[in-house]
Design a protein around this ligand. Structure first.
Ligand SMILES: Nc1ncnc2c1ncn2[C@@H]1O[C@H](COP(=O)(O)OP(=O)(O)OP(=O)(O)O)[C@@H](O)[C@H]1O
Ligand SMILES: [Mg+2]
Length: 375
């Protein structure tokens, strides 16, 4: 190759190199531009993620606050019943019931739905939801104590039943009373005619006694069904009790019952005296029936800021849980000769005074009725 040819070749190579540099420069400018765009987008994305994180954290704080401030017990568990999350109300309920009882209750309701759970004389409404995400399976429980609601419902049902049964009883009582009067009159005439026939007289006396017993029951029913008209005055509890005990002492004597009178001389109640004698009489009558020989019946009175009243305690047979639920419903009795009206009348009179009657019994060895009246 001549020198001239050689130079031309070099010039060509230089030109190609220059061109390559030129293209490289262009490509690198394009790259820089693209990089700037990408960087801009990455910045935007970072900002969006940051915003989402802030939102997420706010939402999580809100959810936490909802959970922790809820008045309901909220608890989530996995499928093996390991606790995942619980709020303070759940912690309290757990402490009250104990771990075992609590878990037994949760395991009993391992399907979605709403269930009423009875536990230690209270009712818990258990709402169950399924936890079903890719990461976590289990159950969410929302539990509320609805004992108060249930009691109100029972009270309302009782009031409705009282009303219906009262209407029915009044009609029956009215219809029975008239023929009963005639039977008693005819039996008295018969007794007079049979004055020399000892066994005949005995029979007619039995008829008269039976008729009078039925009459007494009907009188009770009529007191029960009548609209109560109160004549309220301030009364010493001791006076009411003394009157009643005087009237009933022969019954106590027959059974060797000791009456412990712990009524304070100063305690007063604002009441209709005659109706309240009836209240005390019915409760003491039940206590007399409930105790064995040598039983003890104790009465106490009390007065506090807002109420005053008294309690009657006996060491008799106690009242079963089953009986307790229907105690104030008329005609509920466990006695062969009872009418089941005594406590229904007590309840009606106490309610007419805006008072309250409560009962405590272990179902086997004692019963205490407490009556409170507003002052
Ligand atoms: N002190 C008590 N101890 C045990 N059981 C009681 C007591 N008081 C009430 N009971 C139960 O409650 C039931 C209802 O009492 P309630 O006075 O209303 O009717 P009764 O006594 O059966 O009949 P009545 O009073 O009309 O003659 C009784 O039959 C009894 O089973
Ligand atoms: Mg009775």
């Amino acid at each position: 190759m001549t020198e001239k040819q050689n130079k031309t070749e070099q010039a060509k190579e230089l030109e190609m190199l220059m061109e390559a540099f030129d293209q490289f420069n262009k490509a690198s400018i394009q790259l820089e531009e693209k990089y700037a765009i990408i960087e801009e987008e990455a910045k935007k994305l970072r900002e969006e993620v940051q915003e989402k994180n802030v939102e997420l954290s706010k939402l999580s704080t809100l959810l936490e606050s909802v959970l922790y401030n809820s008045n309901s017990c909220v608890i989530a568990v996995d499928e093996e019943y390991n606790i995942l999350v619980k709020n303070p109300v759940a912690e309290k309920l757990l402490a009250e019931l104990g771990d075992d009882k609590f878990l037994v209750m949760l395991e009993k309701y391992s399907r979605s739905g709403v269930f009423d759970h009875e536990e230690d004389e209270r009712t818990l409404r258990v709402s169950v939801g399924l936890l079903d995400t890719e990461e976590q399976k289990g159950y969410v429980y929302v539990i509320n104590d609805i004992t108060h609601l249930k009691n109100l419902e029972m009270e309302r049902n009782r009031d409705e039943k009282l009303k219906l049964m009262g209407e029915m009883a009044a009609n029956i009582a009215h219809d029975i009373r008239n023929p009963l009067g005639s039977i008693e009159l005819f039996a008295s005439l018969l007794e007079r005619d049979l004055h020399k026939n000892e066994s005949g007289m005995k029979l007619t006396r039995s008829i008269i006694k039976g008729v009078r017993t039925i009459n007494a029951i009907i009188t009770n029913i009529l007191i029960f069904t009548k609209e109560i008209q109160l004549e309220k005055t301030e009364q010493y509890v001791a006076d009411i009790v003394d009157d009643v005990i005087l009237y009933m002492q022969h019954l106590m004597r027959d059974k060797n019952i000791r009456f412990k009178n712990l009524i304070s001389e100063d305690d007063k109640i604002s009441c209709d005296k005659e109706l309240f004698k009836q209240v005390v009489m019915n409760i003491i009558h039940n206590a007399i029936d409930a105790v064995e020989d040598n039983g003890v019946i104790t009465m106490e009175s009390f007065t506090d800021n807002s109420s005053s009243g008294f309690s009657v305690n006996d060491n008799g047979s106690g009242i079963s849980t089953d009986m307790r639920k229907k105690l104030f419903i008329p005609f509920q009795t466990t006695k062969a000769k009872g009418t089941g009206l005594g406590l229904a009348i007590v309840y009606k009179i106490v309610k007419a005074h805006d008072g309250n009657i409560t009962l405590d019994s272990d179902g086997k060895s004692y019963t205490t009725f407490k009556i409170e009246l507003p002052r």
